[in-house]
Design a protein around this ligand. Sequence first.
Ligand code: AMP
Ligand code: MG
Length: 475
Amino acid sequence: MQIAFDNSYARLPGRFFAPLAPTPVRAPSLIKVNDGLARDLGLDPAALTTPDGIAMLAGNQVPDGAAPLAQAYAGHQFGGWVPQLGDGRAVLLGEVIDQTGIRRDIQLKGSGPTPFSRRGDGRAWLGPVLREYVVSEAMHALGIPTTRALAAVTTGEQVHRERVLPGAVLTRVASSHIRVGTFQFFAARGDEEALKALTDHVIARHYPEAETPLDLLSAVVAAQARLIAKWMGVGFIHGVMNTDNMSIAGETIDYGPCAFMDDYHPDTVFSSIDRMGRYAYRKQPEIAVWNLAQFATALLPIMGMAHKDAVEVATRVIEGFADLFGAAWEAEFTAKLGLAQTEEEDVALTYDLLMRMAKGQADFTRVFRALSGENPENARTEFSDPTLFDAWLPRWQARILTTGRVARMQAANPAFIPRNHRVEEAIAAAVDGDYAPFERLTAVLVHPFRDQPEHVELMAAPAPEEIVQATFCGT
Ligand code: AMP
Ligand code: MG
């Protein structure tokens, strides 16, 4: 494999990472290569499917020019401070400059133990690998910033979880894997030199217009406000918004217990370990603020101001999230409802619809897609009590812009999302050796905004017996 690596993270001081190669696996076998992404990265997709390519994707061969390493980071998990986390089951192979000039990480996830593995085995099983492949690629197709999936392979080894399961490795691509927790790692150690080096690295890499740590904070706050508004607009619940799972580049990262809502309810939680509902759908903006406050705290010592002044200016930036998020959320839902521009009464109209959807156990995706059609009154059948919708419809109809409405709204409201029961079905089939449901799901989700009548079952909400009640952290 010839890959033009240029590994800027590996050039940072040694305490940023542990250099180490992935641990080889017994019998790698290819599940899928993402051809389009490979080409975007300047890689030959066909070369990735050769034995050498597969050996690389499984961690059995380190390609020339790679500088494999596990990154150090810390983080707050469910609000509790953990001074050392780090890549416990992932290895960054290196970075490439993609066809548009953007630097991208190529990382293997499930690649074996590292100095950061703590009690874990460093491996992943097939389920979370396929989940991340399907959902991260769906997010990308939905126009939401995210890490990507370049490839998935099985290892020919068993992984011991609640039961014995097939092992797998995901090749993840990201603008970077730098997290809020990366800054926290050094801040907690009082390592200002490292904080400065990390800040310079991140500014050069992601926010070249920023000149100071405070500018960086503002840029990250803005990126996260836009990102979370987009999650809300598709009914996405991240599920584990720990500070180590918040990307400084503003991409969605870590697809452990994530899920898309079927029936709309703002309190929806899927993650089996989120018993308090800390990361419920409606809590996501406030949790983002909490995480960004941790980021700000980590930056305080290098802001070049007296502590009190630094706290004051950083607090103002964090407080700015509310307006940035509010504007992004309104823009999102204005587009979803086919309205001309956001007026105060439109926001009330949106909230009112959402409240009626919650009352009427209406499917989030299906309601907005039905509203986008030629006959928006069809949305009424999504409500357990259709009169909840009937009372709202004429108020909306009085507000919408009719020219080009259907095309505009269909471009804002997906027909297809990776529904939990379909993801679970694809995983269960794959464990039995049948990858057809996974292939179909990934193919359909490349065009989520397109009607695909031959795949109408994948648009359907789950039948009562198909509803997935809980998702599990993908370890
Ligand atoms: P996550 O819940 O995926 O955000 O992971 C939290 C931390 O646990 C990170 O430091 C991971 O690297 C680590 N971790 C998760 N699963 C494993 C595993 N199977 N082996 C080693 N470390 C793991
Ligand atoms: Mg994580």
